[in-house]
Design a protein around this ligand. Structure first.
Ligand code: TEU
Ligand code: CA
Length: 582
């Protein structure tokens, strides 16, 4: 093709770029990292007791390394009564026997090092388990004691203190307060728990709590972790006086985000805590990171969490919640990049995790799936699985073309759907019991992974049944079956991740390519790669360039002549230098 015709084809594209973000040349492996979330209970059960374990993770780690990811983040594996799947920690510096021993953790780190994978662990500082020795000591010590001051104990209201201290509600349903029986056998004080009643909130106004967590950070840093994902990072500090909250009582506004003034979220004193943690990490060199699980709204406020002396990253929940609403997606990508650029931080992107319906299932429902934390059961409207999986591929190909870091949730590379046929007696999310089954909770996205189609329980473990039943489709979706099929979801992910690294997209730039932002399609240029997602009902023609990747397996098999983008598809197209400049 002559230069003339290239320029001719390219001009509509080049003439209508809206620049948002410049290429990133700062130091830091994490700035463009792909971090893969391992949910230990459901990854791989090596000892056959039906629940995943650390040795199982170590055994399958080479399969993750093949995916070309940078790090794994492990959800909690610490000592825990497992009332909230391990987010109820009774000892922060030990491995629960369910998952193995500390030595198994060291083995996992050694294997990760061999494979050049970093390991990030989950830190749960907002609350512990009621079985934690500090909480047991607080119960035994009585009102007004220093032991009680580690937590948030208050006298009740009403004539005999029989009413909770305020109107706050638990995320999992019901009051956020539980009344205890005092050591003398009388009904006594109440303690605050933003989550399950077995998860008492720590009192972060107490320096002893700070010291305890600084010890925990050092413990895992000394064992070789590359950082921490910080659970409910926005909730540690509560407003003085614990004022009643008039919005939705769990602190969220109508769209599910924390309200701006919620007294349990986003308090200014949080930032000094994270500054102190950052200083500790820096004692270990520049490569250890903190990532906030901070559900922050409005988006520009997220930048306050990742200022140069605070956390390195924060999850981008607005991106996850935008789903396939292209108008919202565009606004969120623009706001994320511009507000984070202002503090020199990269953005992160995410579509699935262990708290939400998997995106392959969400996208099987028109434009908006079920409410967060509610889950899907057999009596609910059912998703279109094929549509969900193909849109999930399109959404992932779009996300992984964006500059910044990305978080993947185990099984999304297989296009796994949520488990739907889970009998009530097998559901373990406290949301299910605390709401009398009206909200099914998050078990659907936590179903054990299928590794090998021909093995017992699809290779999850060869002992007793997995702790949650696997849907029938998990056999054909098993990793080994997909590895053998060039057009599988897994092989698409492999190609995406390899190309993303080779093209340096995580460090790249972003300009909206207006010509292809039609309302039903959305497109950006990152370096010389044009990423177009078409959610309209019609196919679109693409500008000149080399098609690098397509999300639709049907179109991948089409004859070479096809130079368009189907409905429901995303394409990566390399525009030559003459095309993208001028
Ligand atoms: O979740 C925090 C959180 O605010 C939500 O994602 C919450 O799980 C959801 O709104 C409930 O419907 C974190 C963990 O990711 C989650 O698994 C834990 O249960 C929770 O903290 C408590 O530790
Ligand atoms: Ca096991």
């Amino acid at each position: 093709m002559s230069v003339d015709s290239l320029l001719h084809v390219a001009s509509p594209l080049a003439g209508s770029l809206t620049p948002v973000h410049a290429a990133d040349h700062a130091h830091g492996w994490w700035r463009s990292a792909v971090i893969y979330q391992v949910y230990p209970r459901s990854f791989r059960d090596l000892n056959g007791d039906g629940i995943g374990d650390l040795a199982g993770i170590t055994a399958e780690l080479p399969q993750l390394a093949e995916l070309d990811i940078d790090a794994v983040w492990l959800s909690p594996f610490y000592r825990s009564p497992q009332r909230d799947a391990g987010y109820d920690v009774s000892d922060y510096c030990d491995v629960d026997p369910l998952f193995g021993k500390l030595g198994d953790f060291d083995g996992l780190i050694a294997e990760a090092n061999r494979l050049s994978l970093r390991v990030i662990v989950d830190l749960v500082p907002n609350h512990c388990s009621d079985q934690h020795r500090d909480f047991q000591a607080a119960l035994a010590a009585g009102a007004g004691s220093p032991e009680r001051d580690m937590f948030i104990f208050r006298d009740g209201t009403g004539p005999a203190g029989e009413q909770p201290p305020n109107n706050w509600q638990s995320h999992f349903g019901g009051s956020a307060w539980t009344r205890i029986t005092e050591p003398d056998g009388e009904p006594g004080q109440w303690y605050l728990h933003l989550f399950d009643s077995s998860q008492p909130d720590f009192n972060w106004d107490n320096r002893a709590v700070h010291h305890e967590f600084e010890r925990v950070l050092r413990f895992w840093l000394d064992r070789g972790v590359s950082g921490f994902r910080v659970d409910v990072a926005h909730a540690l500090v509560k407003a003085p006086g614990l004022p009643a909250w008039g919005g939705r009582a769990d602190g969220s506004s109508s769209d599910g985000f924390p309200g701006h003034e919620a007294p349990m979220f986003g308090q200014p004193a949080l930032h000094d805590i994270y500054r102190a943690w950052r200083r500790i990490l820096e004692e270990y060199g520049p490569d250890r990171i903190l990532c906030a699980e901070a559900n922050v709204d409005p988006l520009p406020r997220l930048a306050d969490w990742v200022r140069p002396d605070e956390m390195h990253q924060a999850f981008n929940f607005p991106y996850l919640h935008a789903g396939l609403d292209l108008h919202r997606l565009r606004t969120i990508v623009t706001e994320s990049l511009t507000s984070l650029d202002a503090v020199g931080a990269p953005s992160t992107w995410v579509l699935s995790n262990h708290d939400v319906v998997r995106h392959a299932t969400r996208f099987g429902y028109g434009w908006s799936g079920p409410r967060e934390g509610d889950g899907i059961g057999p009596a609910d409207p059912q998703p279109d699985h094929a549509l969900g999986r193909s849109r999930a591929a399109a959404a992932s190909l779009f996300m992984l073309g964006l500059p910044g870091g990305a978080y993947l949730y185990q099984g999304e590379e297989l296009g796994l759907p949520d488990g739907i046929d889970i009998p009530g007696h097998q559901r373990q999310d406290p949301t299910f019991t605390r709401t009398g089954g009206t909200r099914l909770g998050r078990d659907g996205c936590r179903v054990p992974l299928p590794w090998r189609a021909s093995e017992r329980h699809n290779g999850f473990g060869d002992g007793v049944h997995p702790w949650l039943p696997q849907p029938e489709s998990f056999t054909e979706l098993a990793r080994d079956a997909q590895a053998a099929d060039p057009s599988s979801h897994l092989n698409l992910y492999r190609r995406i991740l390899a190309a993303r690294r080779e093209l340096g997209l995580g460090r790249g730039s972003l300009s909206w390519a207006e010509e292809w932002c039609t309302g039903s399609s959305l497109a950006f240029l990152n370096g010389d790669v044009l990423v177009v997602m078409n959610m309209g009902t019609e196919s679109l023609e693409l500008p000149a360039g080399e098609v690098l990747l397509r999300s639709s397996s049907a179109d991948r098999e089409l004859a070479d002549g096809w130079h368009g983008i189907s409905s429901g598809e995303t394409v990566w197209l390399r525009i030559s230098a003459e095309d993208s400049e001028s």
